[in-house]
Design a protein around this ligand. Structure first.
Ligand code: G3P
Ligand code: CA
Length: 244
């Protein structure tokens, strides 16, 4: 049977070659052939959804402290590129809306919700998504499966995905426990065997393992029959898929 090639999902953009979760990183991922991008979101004190992996500013900007305790007007002044390389000095933490403006329609955007922020993130995200009307292009994922369940119940047209690192006995059966339609599984790439993926995809689930960067692991994912591969190096994955 012919198995389609997995889609290339740029992790935090092209985080191996550009400062993660910046517009420069997403642009590079798209240039390199990513068919989807993955990003992480947090909420500012004044309710703006910003794209950053950590809940704090310290690691990836010249600021410090919790994002949720600071105003967007202050966060937008920070440098989010120089820590990675001088070449990227001046990159900023983007708003989620800025990433949506950058990414062409038809390219999948995987938004990972890190924290619920006592429901504030869900309300802000639902309001934003209703405003942009791009549900076909969006998959919301989280390690917090209750957030995923609540989002799907609030907005049945949304695609939702489950992030996890546990080696489950039956991945598809777990997804059914949520009692809402799950679109995709996002397991750690060591959290399954090939036969698990065949069962999940036969159940109609997309499977997008994270974060896969080595050639031998790309091949292991292809052999397992995954639907997409989340990688820090979209260009490397594209070259590998083209040559195999
Ligand atoms: O969404 C896949 C992956 O990004 C989850 O882990 O820590 O890189 O956000 P993390
Ligand atoms: Ca992530």
């Amino acid at each position: 049977m012919h198995t389609p090639k997995p889609i290339i999902i740029g992790h935090r953009g092209a985080a191996g070659e550009a400062p993660e979760n910046t517009l420069a990183s997403f642009e590079l991922a798209l240039e390199q052939g990513a068919q989807a991008i993955e990003l992480d979101v947090h909420i500012t004190k004044d309710g703006e959804i910003v794209v950053c992996h950590d809940g704090t500013l310290d690691r990836t900007t010249n600021g410090s402290g919790l994002i949720c305790q600071q105003q967007w007007a202050d966060i937008q002044k920070l440098d989010a590129g120089a820590w990675f390389s001088d070449k990227f000095a001046g990159e900023r933490i983007p708003l989620l809306s800025e990433v949506f403006d950058l990414v062409p329609k038809g390219t999948l955007i995987n938004v990972e919700v890190k924290y619920a922020y006592e429901g504030r993130m869900e309300s802000a995200l639902l309001a934003f998504l209703r405003g942009v009307d791009r549900n076909e292009d969006v998959v919301i994922s989280s390690f917090d499966h209750k957030v995923i369940q609540r989002l799907k119940r609030a907005e049945p047209a949304l695609k939702v995905g489950l992030l996890y690192a546990a080696n489950l006995i039956d991945h598809g059966a777990y997804a059914k426990l949520l009692e809402v339609e799950v679109y995709s599984l996002h397991p750690h790439h060591h959290s399954f065997e090939g036969s698990d993926i065949a069962l999940a995809t036969a159940d109609g689930l997309a499977v997008y393992p994270y974060t896969v960067n080595e050639l031998s692991d790309y091949q292991r994912m292809i052999d397992a029959g995954v639907t997409g591969i989340i990688t820090d190096f979209p260009g490397r994955l594209k070259a590998y898929l083209n040559s195999n």
